[in-house]
Structure formats: C-alpha cells, structure tokens
Design a protein around this ligand. Structure first.
Ligand SMILES: C[S@@+](CC[C@H](N)C(=O)[O-])C[C@H]1O[C@@H](n2cnc3c(N)ncnc32)[C@H](O)[C@@H]1O
Length: 263
C-alpha cells in the first residue's frame, strides 16, 4: 500500500513551502484556517466519541490527526500522497508518542476493510482530484464507513461552474490543477454517491475573515522581513493572499464544508 514517489504538485508542497505554510496557518496545519477550522469541523460532527475510528484524507503534517487523537481520543488513520509531508508527520508522531497510523500513498489506491471507519474527514485535499475521481472516492468512502458513519469535507470552492470567473482565478485553478465546484454542487456529489442527510455550508464569509487575519498576522510578525525568509517567498505569500482576498470578495472563490451520513 505504501508508495514511493516525490509528488509535490509542481513545488506547491516542496519542503520550504511547507514550512512557510505552517508559519501562516499555525503549527501542524497547511490548510486555510489551521486549528480554528479543525475545531469548527469537529463541532459540526457533534458528539465525536472516544475511540471513534477516523480516516483523515490528505493528513498533511498531522495537525488535524494529532488534535483528534489528543482532544477526542480518536483512533486516526491519515493518508497523504506527498513523501516530504508524510515524513514530517512521521517525525512529529514519534516525538509526541502518537499512535496515529500515517500511510504514504494516493487515497485512490488505498484499500480498507468495509465499515472500518466511523468518520472520514478531509481538508483542502480533494480539490486535487478531478470530478470523476471524487465520485469514485465518495462511493468507496461509503463502503469504508460503518452504518452510522459520517463524512465531513472542507474544501476550496468556486462560483457555480455555469458562471464565469475572472481570468486570474481561472489561471490559478489551472496552474494548480484544481477541480473546484460551487459549494452546493459539491454537496450534490456526496448525494449522488449515496450519502444521506447531506448538509452544505458556504463558509466563504469566515474564509475571507481568516485570510485577512492571516495576512495581517504575517505582515506584523515578519516586519522587518526575517533573514531566513527569501524575498521571493515573502512576496509570493503577500501577493497570493491579496489575490485570494480579492477573489473571495468578488465571489469567484468560495469555501465549503460538506457533511453527509452513510445511513
Ligand atoms: C492543502 S494540504 C492539507 C493538509 C491537511 N489536511 C491540513 O489541513 O493541514 C493537501 C494535502 O493533500 C495531500 N494530497 C493531495 N492529493 C492526495 C491524494 N490523492 N491522496 C492522498 N493525499 C493527497 C497533499 O499531499 C497535501 O498534504
């Protein structure tokens, strides 16, 4: 099941970039909203039980998995495709004496016993999968979940696909190779796969606030620019956050949280 490979999405997840992201999002996270979004998603799951078996798809450097383990006593399996990211998660796991089961590989190649999870969670990861692969994955997630199992996904979204988006956001999506949906169309993919009681939240307002806070904090903490920071990285970060803020303000870029139940 373990895959050797150095996928980093054309440098998006290169080691130096990961360090930079973590400074922005907070310890353990390389996704929008860092720990705050994790708490929000756990609250939406309601009643996350001790020993709940959780699959974290795209577990990154482990922040979410460690939180589920330490805060809720969950038994967590994390899957990630990027070797450098996986290695960081493993190192941290050893340091903190965690028993999270981190696996290196593509979630699309993973095999799990049917009904072996109570919760499947994923943050800012499925954007990397084309729609057809998302559909395939959701169908398999249903099999992996136990009868009362739940799925919760936080992900980048866009204005509905039948509406135009600005050129710069279109170019960003193409360059990253993302497949983005309107939040409600995304929820429909879960329904199509057979998930019940699907709920979709368009949390773009919260996302905008987070982006503004992250940019402000970054500017305060890095003024003057620390020596270890490459000027290019610094400018890249500032520019890309300003762009995201513009896209969310004009409604092109959105953020969704989707929830569904197996039964
Ligand atoms: C933006 S990061 C988010 C990481 C983590 N969820 C977090 O919140 O910090 C997306 C992660 O998904 C992983 N990823 C992308 N495609 C994947 C796939 N097909 N299978 C497993 N992991 C994948 C990447 O390597 C990366 O670590």
């Amino acid at each position: 099941m373990v895959m050797e490979g150095r996928w980093d999405n054309k440098g998006q997840y290169a080691k130096e970039r990961i360090k930079l992201y973590e400074q922005i999002f907070g310890e353990g996270y390389i996704s929008a909203g860092g720990h705050k979004t994790m708490e929000q998603m756990c609250a939406l799951l309601k009643n996350l039980k001790k020993n709940a078996r959780v699959l974290d798809i795209g577990s990154g450097i482990g922040g979410g998995a460690f939180f589920l383990e330490s805060q809720y006593g969950c038994v967590v399996t994390g899957v990630d495709l990027c070797k450098d990211i996986y290695s960081i998660a493993i190192d941290r796991s050893t340091t903190r004496g965690s028993v999270v089961n981190f696996l290196l590989g593509d979630i699309l190649d993973m095999e799990f016993t049917p009904k072996s999870f109570d919760v499947i969670m994923s943050r800012d990861t499925l954007l990397h999968l084309p729609e057809i692969k998302k559909r395939e994955l959701f169908a398999r997630c249903i099999e992996w979940l136990d009868d009362n199992g739940k799925i919760i996904i936080g992900d980048y979204c866009r204005r509905p696909k039948n509406e135009a988006i600005c050129e710069s956001f279109e170019a960003y999506i193409a360059e990253r190779g993302y497949d983005l949906h309107g939040p409600f169309a995304y929820g429909k993919l879960l329904e199509d796969a057979g998930f019940k009681k699907v709920v979709t939240w368009d949390v773009s307002g919260d996302f905008l606030e987070l982006l503004e806070v992250e940019l402000e904090r970054f500017r305060e903490e890095h003024n003057p620019r620390p020596k270890h920071f490459e000027k290019d990285d610094f400018e890249h970060f500032e520019k890309s956050w300003l762009k995201k803020i513009e896209w969310v303000r004009n409604g092109d870029m959105r953020k969704g949280i989707l929830y569904g139940r197996r039964g």
